[in-house]
Write a protein that binds this ligand. Structure first.
Ligand SMILES: *Cc1c(COP(=O)(O)O)cnc(C)c1O
Length: 232
């Protein structure tokens, strides 16, 4: 039998609930962000009809096209991809959340360019705990100084952290990476009342992420299937 997007959303929610129970965390302490990059607007509409309201997108132009096609729906849009400085205006004008802030310059531009008429833009700082220079994200050392500056920007609300862990076959290493990010998150949370979101966990590792304290998992493949090729 073919599974539908609605079935797969239910299955992802069941995995989250099971992981919350396993970790003895309160039910509904982890939110589901549906990651819809490369997928057509019609797939997002099906997910919305199944009750999903938060969507994550990585590519600006693709996201803007889908936002136009879905403007009749009350969707919360999260930008989760790498940010080029020349794209900040459009991101500031068209998204509710940004998970991938890693530089002060980008944060300043997002704040300056957020329209006064809109609510503050919710931001998470992307951390790089693997230490790989090639990976995006701010290092653990640079995190608190960056957070301090971002928290002062008038049109942004600092909500928390986002991480994409280094791929690994070693479950201990995976757990270790998540628990390091959780420790940074707890520190940040103790300093800023606005901090409540740890964006951590994807289709393949959501159980470990929830066990280690994630409050929002970003699920693509497990809901929408394998990614489509992207038009350049
Ligand atoms: C694509 C993507 C995801 C979703 O990954 P899946 O493994 O398909 O669930 C989550 N987070 C980010 C930042 C992504 O780019």
């Amino acid at each position: 039998m073919m599974t539908t997007i609605a079935d797969r959303i239910d299955a992802a929610k069941a995995r989250i609930t099971q992981a919350e129970k396993q970790a003895q965390r309160p039910l509904d302490s982890v939110q589901l962000l549906a990651v819809s990059k490369t997928k057509p607007a019609s797939d997002l509409r099906l997910a919305f009809e199944a009750g999903q309201t938060q969507f994550g997108e990585n590519y600006l132009q693709e996201a803007l096209d889908k936002q136009q096609q879905l403007s009749d729906l009350n969707i919360q849009w999260h930008f989760i991809g790498p940010i080029q400085s020349n794209k900040t205006r459009s991101i500031a004008e068209h998204f509710d959340w940004v998970h991938s802030v890693e530089r002060l310059k980008v944060a300043q531009r997002l704040s300056n360019q957020r329209p006064d008429s809109m609510a503050e833009l919710n931001v998470c700082l992307q951390v790089n705990i693997s230490g790989e220079a090639s990976k995006s994200g701010v290092s653990a050392d640079e995190l608190l100084p960056l957070a301090k500056q971002v928290a002062e920007l008038p049109h942004l609300t600092l909500r928390g952290l986002m991480v994409i862990p280094q791929a690994t076959d070693n479950p201990e290493h995976q757990q270790q990476q998540f628990s390091e990010v959780k420790a940074l998150f707890d520190q940040l949370k103790s300093e800023y009342d606005s901090v409540d979101t740890l964006s951590m966990g994807m289709s393949g590792d959501l159980e470990v992420a929830v066990e280690q304290g994630s409050t929002m998992v970003r699920i693509g493949t497990a809901i929408f299937g394998a990614r489509n090729k992207r038009e350049q």
